[in-house]
Design a binder for this molecule. Structure first.
Ligand code: SAM
Ligand code: SF4
Length: 466
């Protein structure tokens, strides 16, 4: 193939996959591929997949059915189209994908996408290329920096992977098997990436990792760092105005992370801290390595450090052996913490994980009832949290055009979308917005006459409805 080739990537699942998809586009850009939003125009389609629940994995196979038809049509027009499957389904199922979907040309895991130029070249010559080994080389060392134009097109808020993999082995979870052992990138390399992003116009960076607060990359002094120290170093990077991180494990919240929340104004007072369950019995069966009291202790330490902090969480209902009393304990935890939001899932048995073989699997009907009850409770807390935002002043990073002409939408510190009347040239500014109205999905606010970051926003817990 010669000339400009077209690439379409469809990303499923977590932010780690969204980041990986960008990096795949970067490495293929260096090989002459330009991204297209239209799969039918592509020379190469990559599905970057998620294996966390059965539904997520099955979605991939139905999408592959659709993509196969595009490939057949391209072939009828005398055009070659390659199909790649990346991500955690690729890692977990490998050859099984080629068996179930023979139209697929290449299958590669989350640790191998730096080899894409070679893999694509191979797939042009032979069918069914697979690479799901855990390589010895560090993929981050092999990836080119994104072009400033690519960074600009992706917006003023960006993800940076700082940690990958997980050694926790929660009994329900596939991540330690699909993403491998925990590794951290060195502080110097993360700072260099943050500088490139800031130079190209990024103002907010979210540090991501499956278990981000287990971060222990080499510090600038050569000794292992912590997430708290990394956040301090990044806060001093010119152009980086706002920092977030996700996803954290309650056992890995150390004093340096609490100090970062106390000391860094650019670190948003919002923490996604998955609890999974409020029952000690279920937490032990999940191998979460913490109790309900430990979890509440972390919440308390964070609140003391940063009184306006708010929390979100992940919950699983219907874990094997979860009784009605266990489920009530989860509802009680939600009431006790008063979350600003949360994700919740029915337990999905994943092949190869210990919980999939446990006795006392819960009926799907009970799981559905519990999920509906739990989501109803979370929604009530979220509405209460949002209602308490009316009349408050928030720092909002203006990100892109809003719902109506003349409007921009940005994010509050608590990740709520905020619609504001403002001209497009203000995208990338952090402005103080007075919240006037609360919608079902967004907040609506006004810019005071003068703009800029307000020094005296109300940061008391009462102000935040906590
Ligand atoms: N590392 C994070 C943590 O410690 O909670 C989250 C990782 S996982 C990508 C995101 C969420 O998916 C989990 O927090 C959990 O709630 C959910 N999850 C993982 N495995 C699941 C399963 N087998 N069934 C249902 N939900 C699951
Ligand atoms: Fe999965 Fe998170 Fe548990 Fe690791 S800590 S096994 S990623 S749920």
């Amino acid at each position: 193939m010669t000339g400009q080739r077209k690439l379409h990537i469809k990303s499923y699942g977590c932010q780690m996959n969204a980041y990986d998809s960008h990096r795949m586009a970067d490495i293929l850009a260096s090989q002459g591929y330009a991204e297209t939003a239209l799969p039918e125009d592509a020379d190469l389609i990559i599905l970057n997949t998620c294996h966390i629940r059965a539904k997520a994995a099955e979605k991939v196979y139905s999408e592959l059915g659709r993509v196969r038809k595009l490939k057949e049509r391209a072939e009828q027009d005398g055009r070659r189209m390659l199909i790649g499957v990346a991500g955690c389904v690729a890692q977990a199922e490998g050859e099984e994908i080629l068996r179930r979907a023979p139209a697929v040309d290449l299958v590669f895991g989350p640790q191998n996408y730096h080899r894409l130029p070679d893999l694509v070249e191979k797939a042009e010559r032979q069918s069914g290329v697979i690479d799901t080994e855990f390589p010895v080389e560090d993929k981050f060392d092999m990836l080119p920096a994104p072009s400033p134009a690519a960074v600009k097109a992706r917006g003023v808020s960006a993800f940076v992977t700082v940690q990958e993999g997980c050694d926790k082995f929660c009994t329900f979870c596939v991540v330690p098997y699909t993403r491998g052992a925990e590794t951290s990138r060195p502080v110097a390399k993360i700072i260099a990436e943050a500088r490139q992003l800031a130079d190209a116009g990024v103002r907010e960076i979210t540090l991501i990792g499956q278990n981000v607060n287990a971060y222990h990359g080499d510090g600038l002094d050569g000794r292992p760092s912590t997430l708290g120290r990394l956040l301090h170093a990044l806060a001093a990077t010119p152009g980086v105005k706002r920092l977030r991180y996700t996803t954290s494990h309650p056992c890995d919240v150390d004093d340096s992370l609490v100090a970062a929340h106390r000391e860094l104004p650019s670190l948003t007072p919002y923490l996604h801290l998955p609890a999974q369950s409020g029952s000690d019995r279920v937490l032990a069966a999940m191998n979460r390595r913490h109790t309900r009291a430990d979890y509440l202790g972390v919440i308390e330490r964070m609140r003391r450090a940063r009184p306006d902090i708010a929390f979100s969480s992940d919950f699983i209902v219907g874990f094997p052996g979860e009784s009605a009393a266990d489920f009530r304990a989860t509802l009680a935890l939600i009431d006790e913490v008063g979350y600003a939001g949360a994700f919740s899932f029915k337990y999905s048995p994943r092949p190869g994980t210990p919980a999939a073989d446990m006795q006392a699997q819960v009926d799907d009907e009970i799981k559905s009832e519990r999920l509906a009850e739990l989501q109803d409770l979370i929604e009530r807390h979220q509405r209460r949290f949002n209602a308490a935002c009316r009349g408050r002043a928030f720092e909002v990073l203006l990100e892109k055009p809003g719902r109506r002409p003349g409007q921009l939408v940005g994010r509050s510190p608590y990740l709520q979308p905020v619609q504001v009347d403002a001209s497009a040239d203000r995208i990338g500014e952090i402005v103080t917005v007075m919240i006037a109205e609360i919608g079902s999905n967004s907040l609506f606010g006004n810019l005071p006459a003068s703009t800029g970051v307000s020094p005296d926003l109300d940061r008391t817990p009462a102000a935040m409805g906590a």
